[in-house]
Design a binder for this molecule. Structure first.
Ligand SMILES: [Zn+2]
Length: 118
């Protein structure tokens, strides 16, 4: 459950998950607004410029999250390659390392999933 609050109207429990269709937006100084009206008031910009900045901020956050997800996918692909290689190897060290890589990748995935729902 999020405890984020709108810095303008005081609305509580704002959704901080990007891409869920919500209108909440984090300001560059770390404050949150519940929607475009509060965003414009908080940043004291004209409506049109506010709208542009609002979606610009949201797109930036979304892209940053997508990048970290892509990095995670790369990690998992690497771990999978190691595992495939280890499958046909008689070297226990290689098997152990592949096993560890898979575990690390899975742990990272579990953490990302947790953060997504937190
Ligand atoms: Zn608000």
């Amino acid at each position: 459950m999020s405890t984020v609050q709108c810095c303008m109207c005081g609305k509580k429990d704002l959704s901080t998950i990007e891409g869920d269709g919500g209108t909440e937006c984090e300001l560059s100084d770390g404050r949150w607004t519940c929607g475009i009206d509060c965003y414009v008031r908080a940043t004291e910009t004209p409506m049109e410029e506010g709208l542009w900045r609002f979606w610009n901020e949201k797109a930036k956050t979304y892209l940053a999250e997508r990048d970290s997800l892509k990095a995670l996918c790369d990690e998992m692909a690497k771990a999978l390659e190691e595992a495939k290689f280890a499958l046909f190897s008689s070297d226990m060290t290689i098997k152990d390392r592949a096993d560890q890589s898979m575990r690390l990748a899975l742990a990272a995935l579990a953490k990302a999933k947790e953060a997504d729902h937190g």
